[in-house]
Design a protein around this ligand. Structure first.
Ligand code: NAD
Length: 260
């Protein structure tokens, strides 16, 4: 059995809201492997939850930063540089779409909702990588979280499916540009998981049950399985993998249909 040792390595995880967040499932694996982890959170109301989650890891860096706010990103990365010197891992676990954009017809998506969704859920990967670039060490790795609605129509996912398609394409362009510095960029396509973000998707429970029914493994993947894949992609075990969309969905994305 391979035990990953990330002691001496540093990571920044962006987008933990609570213990169910995929960002937290990833952070737990990084912390267990001995990495030093910094967290940024969107707004001050999220700070107490992160303090609770990280209380057993004294010295963990916590800083507020809205990923769409350039000044807050500048301050965040300046602090990470001061306290960590550099980064071996960067985790983008951020997504948002206005509820009304997922509740109605895709045809009725407003320009404002389109811009908000793509800006928060896709452009932030580009701006985070730009801010992080001077800190990312050779051999470092960036990951984000995507969903299969980028490839096939998932009812109600609407403009968020478009944002995930943009995130996946951005992953390839970022991988191409950052590869020369020895930095890898990949995105994890996770099956449905019960998180706060998922609760805002109309009909999520039905989608969750249907994905489990068609999946070759006969169930949905777990957030712990997302964490384990993330640990692999963020470690040297994945040193030859970049620009990829890697699925952890109990196989449901390979099924066109199921007859029974
Ligand atoms: P979550 O609600 O726990 O996490 C989403 C995070 O995004 C929150 O911490 C929120 O504060 C943060 N965020 C939103 N807008 C932000 C902004 N402007 N600045 C900084 N942070 C911001 O839900 P989650 O399901 O863990 O979502 C994490 C990622 O996983 C998202 O990209 C989501 O689309 C993706 N994903 C989720 C599922 C699922 O079924 N839950 C499946 C595939 C992919």
């Amino acid at each position: 059995m391979i035990e990953l040792d990330l002691s001496g390595k540093t990571a920044l995880v962006m987008g933990v809201a609570n213990a169910r967040s995929l960002g937290w499932a990833i952070a737990e694996q990084l912390l267990a492997a001995g990495a030093k982890v910094a967290f940024s959170y969107q707004g001050e109301r999220l700070k107490p939850e992160l303090e609770k989650l990280t209380k057993d890891y004294p010295g963990t860096l916590l800083q507020q930063a809205d990923a769409t706010n350039e000044d807050e990103l500048t301050a965040l990365f300046a602090r990470v540089k001061d306290e960590f010197g550099g980064l071996d891992a960067l985790v983008h676990s951020i997504g948002y779409a206005p509820r009304e954009a997922m509740d109605g017809r895709f045809l009725d998506t407003t320009a404002a909702d389109w811009n908000t969704t793509l800006s928060v859920s896709a452009y932030t990967l580009v701006s985070l990588c730009r801010h992080a670039e001077p800190l990312l060490r050779e051999g470092s790795s960036v990951i984000s979280l995507t969903y299969y609605a980028s490839q096939k129509v998932v009812p109600k996912y609407n403009v968020m499916g478009v944002a995930k398609a943009a995130l996946e394409a951005a992953t390839r362009y970022l991988a191409a540009e950052l590869g020369a510095a020895g930095v890898r960029v990949n995105t994890i396509s996770a099956g449905p998981m019960r998180t706060i973000a998922a609760r805002s998707i109309p009909g999520f429970s039905t989608m969750y049950d249907k994905a489990a029914q068609v999946a070759p493994l006969g169930r949905n993947a777990t957030s712990q399985e997302v964490g384990k894949l993330a640990l692999f992609l963020l470690s040297d075990l994945a040193s030859g993998i970049t620009g990829q969309v890697v699925y952890v969905d109990a196989g449901s994305s390979v099924m066109a249909m199921k007859m029974d």
